[in-house]
Write a protein that binds this ligand. Structure first.
Ligand code: 13P
Ligand code: ZN
Length: 281
């Protein structure tokens, strides 16, 4: 049942003012600004979801089920009665940085896990709709919950340097791209020891890309989407951004070296081994 529109609007307003969520909104604004500054978020590029279920009481969750709902093409039983902060489809990260509330929405998953309710800022009689990549975000968030993983955030961006690598034939495999990325900077191996997963080109927003990405996240914290972008999971939005940033740094060093007309040396196997041993301690 859909609730009284004035009640819903007031409740939505309170939600965006909720004191406990202030740090989350600040982080959203900060990371959106970084993505824009890095040039990884042209037009509406990039999206994110953050599991905020822990911030709400059962009573508040009941309230979310009175908002307009939309069926999902498949069921996400583990996501029953969970709530996510999700970037709006078509919204710009540079606008998100200035005003998060007008560029994102809350997505609440129904009891059955087969529909979602949108709780958003209803300005001009319309409200922000979730990213077109919602099914990928939900599939990943469900897997994180199933595995009781600490990560609450999924972040996707058009990381230019990484996209450029996926345009180069020698790096279209997990083995090749990880060996390149680890070899370009010691901290890449240190902070991304499991490397990135590689998903061959697939149309975005589809069940197929969701499933391919899900399987890669079994063993990695970040996934490259060939000729499109990168996605990372993290405990916080900053965490996920850091992973993208570290990977981009390695890619950039490689591309800079190549722009001199010379081949970078890369870290030697012995140096890489030394880093692995240090990080195992
Ligand atoms: P949305 O605006 O729908 O989030 O799409 C952006 C994007 O990067 C798609 O891959
Ligand atoms: Zn994209």
């Amino acid at each position: 049942m859909i609730g009284n529109i004035d009640d819903l609007l007031n409740f939505t307003k309170d939600l965006f003012q909720k004191k406990e969520l202030k740090p989350v909104f600040l982080q959203v604004a900060g990371v959106a600004q970084y993505l824009w500054n890095r040039g990884w978020a042209e037009r509406n590029a990039g999206n994110f979801s953050i599991n905020l279920t822990g911030f709400f009481h059962e009573r508040e969750l009941d309230r979310f089920s009175t908002y307009p709902f939309f069926p999902l093409s498949k069921e996400y039983p583990e996501l029953s009665r969970t709530i996510f902060l999700v970037s709006g489809t078509g919204t710009r990260m540079r606008d998100m940085a200035d005003n998060p509330a007008e560029n994102l929405c809350f997505v609440y998953i129904s009891d059955s896990g087969s529909a979602f309710h949108i709780i958003g800022d209803n300005h001009d009689g319309d409200y922000v709709k979730p990213t077109s990549e919602l099914i990928t975000h939900l599939a990943i968030q469900q897997q994180l919950l199933q595995k009781k993983s600490p990560e609450k955030v999924v972040l996707h961006a058009h990381v230019t340097e990484l996209i450029a690598l996926t345009q180069l034939a020698p790096f279209k495999s997990e083995e090749a791209v990880n060996s390149l990325l680890w070899g370009m900077h010691p901290e890449t191996l240190l902070f991304v020891p499991d490397g990135v997963g590689f998903v061959p080109y697939t149309l975005a927003g589809t069940e197929h890309i969701a499933m391919e990405t899900l399987s890669k996240l079994e063993n990695h914290k970040a996934v490259l989407w060939e000729k499109h972008g990168c996605l990372a999971i993290g405990n916080t939005l900053h965490d996920a951004f850091d992973t993208l940033d570290i990977l981009a740094k390695s890619a950039k060093i490689y591309l800079l070296c190549k722009s001199t007309g010379m081949e970078p040396e890369g870290l030697t196997p012995a140096q890489l081994q030394e880093i692995r041993q240090t990080s195992d301690k």
